[in-house]
Design a protein around this ligand. Structure first.
Ligand SMILES: NC(=O)c1ccc[n+]([C@@H]2O[C@H](COP(=O)([O-])OP(=O)(O)OC[C@H]3O[C@@H](n4cnc5c(N)ncnc54)[C@H](O)[C@@H]3O)[C@@H](O)[C@H]2O)c1
Length: 341
C-alpha cells in the first residue's frame, strides 16, 4: 500500500505526457519512512520525556522528483533563419510582411522591412517586434528589425536602402523582392504610363533589388535571393485581363534563372516563388469590385480555395535558408494546383 501511494505521489508531480520513471530507491524509502512515522505516532502510547519526540504533525517535506531533462526533438538546422540578416521589399503588408513573420518564426532577429513609405515600413517593424515578443522569452532588445522607405522602381532608392541595411547589420544574407502591383485593363484600354509604371516596379524593381543584393552578398561569401513572381508567369489568368502583369511575372521568372547562372559560382543563389491566388490587399482590391470573381478563381483552383499568406511560409523559408543550398534558378509554385489543370 505504501509503495502504491508513493508512486501516486510521484506521478502527480510529473506532467502527464512524460513517461514515468522507475521509482528512485531513495525517494521510495523516504516516502515509506514518512508514512511509518505518522502510523507510529498516532497508534503508540504517550511518550516519556526520555523517548524521541514524534508528533502527529511530523510530516516530512516531500522530496521533489529529480527533474527530467527538457525534451528537445531534433529540427533540421538547415531551415533555421537564426543569425541570418534578411531584407524584404514590399514588406509593410501582404505577402512580404508574411515572409518577414515566417523568418522571425524561424529564428531571424535581424531584418529590414522595405516599403514605399518609410513610416509604414517602420510601423510594420515595430508591430513585428511586438508580436515576436508575445508568448516568448525574447525582449524587444533581442531584435534589430528596422523599417526603410524605398521606391523599388528607382535604382538610387534601392541602393540607398541596401546601404542603410549594410550600415545597420554589416552584411545581408537573404533578400526577397516582393514589392509588386497588379492592374486589370484590357490591352486596348491600358494607358501606356500605367504599363510603364507596372514594369518599373515589377520587373526593374526586382532587378535592382537582386543586383544590389548580389553586390553586397558576393564580397561576404554569398547569399540567397528570392524573386516573387506568380503563377501568372506560367499561365494566363481568366477572366480578368492583365497582359502586362502576366508578361512582367514571366520576365521575373526568367530573370531569376538568368541571374542564377551569372552568380552561381559567386555563391549567390537566385530562385523565384510563384504564388497562386492569395488573399491579400492586392487581390482584395480586385475582388471588391467583383464579388463573383472569387468564386470563379476558387472553382479554377483544384484545392477549391484561395491561399492564405501563411501558406507560403514553408516555401519562403526553404528558399531563403540553407535548406535549399543546392537550388538556384528554380521556381516553386504554391498555387493550390492551379497550374496543373
Ligand atoms: N496576392 C496574390 O494573389 C499574389 C499572387 C501572385 C503573386 N503575387 C505577387 O506577390 C507580391 C506581393 O503581393 P501582395 O499580394 O503582398 O500585394 P500587396 O499589395 O498586399 O503588397 C505589396 C506591397 O508592395 C509595396 N509596394 C508597391 N509598390 C512599391 C514600390 N514601388 N516600392 C516599394 N514597395 C512597393 C506596397 O506598398 C505593399 O506594401 C507582388 O509581387 C505580387 O505580384 C501576389
Amino acid at each position: 500500500m505504501s509503495t502504491a501511494m508513493s508512486s501516486r505521489f510521484l506521478s502527480r508531480a510529473l506532467p502527464r505526457h512524460v513517461p514515468r520513471p522507475a521509482l528512485p530507491a531513495a525517494a521510495s524509502h523516504r516516502c515509506l519512512v514518512g508514512l511509518q512515522i505518522r502510523f507510529n505516532s498516532s497508534s503508540s502510547a504517550p511518550s516519556t520525556s526520555s523517548e524521541p519526540q514524534t508528533t502527529v504533525n511530523a510530516i516530512p517535506t516531500p522530496v521533489a522528483p529529480t527533474p527530467l531533462p527538457q525534451k528537445a526533438p531534433r529540427n533540421l538546422q538547415a531551415f533555421s533563419m537564426a543569425n541570418k540578416v534578411c531584407l524584404v521589399t514590399g514588406a509593410a503588408r501582404g505577402l512580404g510582411n508574411e515572409f518577414c513573420k515566417a523568418f522571425v518564426e524561424s529564428g531571424c532577429t535581424d531584418l529590414a522591412i522595405v516599403d514605399l513609405k518609410e513610416e509604414e515600413a517602420q510601423a510594420a517593424a515595430e508591430e513585428l517586434v511586438k508580436q515576436s515578443c508575445l508568448d516568448s522569452n525574447m525582449d524587444p532588445s533581442d531584435y534589430r528589425i528596422i523599417g526603410i522607405g524605398c521606391d523599388v522602381s528607382s535604382e538610387i532608392s534601392v541602393q540607398q536602402a541596401f546601404r542603410r541595411a549594410m550600415d545597420t547589420y554589416g552584411r545581408i544574407d537573404s533578400v526577397v523582392a516582393s514589392a509588386g502591383i497588379v492592374e486589370n485593363y484590357s490591352a486596348f484600354d491600358y494607358p501606356f504610363d500605367r504599363i510603364k509604371r507596372l514594369y518599373d516596379i515589377n520587373v526593374h524593381g526586382a532587378f535592382f533589388t537582386a543586383r544590389e543584393a548580389a553586390r553586397h552578398m558576393i564580397p561576404m561569401g554569398g547569399g540567397s535571393v528570392v524573386l516573387v513572381a506568380s503563377m501568372s508567369a506560367n499561365i494566363v489568368n481568366i477572366p480578368q485581363p492583365q497582359t502586362p502583369y502576366n508578361a512582367a511575372k514571366a520576365a521575373v521568372k526568367h530573370m531569376a534563372a538568368s541571374l542564377a547562372v551569372e552568380w552561381a559560382k559567386k555563391g549567390v543563389r537566385v530562385n523565384c516563388l510563384s504564388p497562386g491566388y492569395m488573399l491579400t490587399k492586392l487581390t482584395r482590391t480586385i475582388l471588391a469590385h467583383d464579388t463573383e470573381l472569387k468564386k470563379t478563381w476558387e472553382s479554377l483552383t483544384p484545392m477549391g480555395r484561395m491561399g492564405e499568406p501563411e501558406d507560403l511560409d514553408g516555401a519562403i523559408v526553404f528558399l531563403a535558408s540553407d535548406a535549399s543550398r543546392f537550388m538556384t534558378g528554380s521556381e516553386i509554385r504554391v498555387d493550390g494546383g492551379y497550374c496543373i489543370i
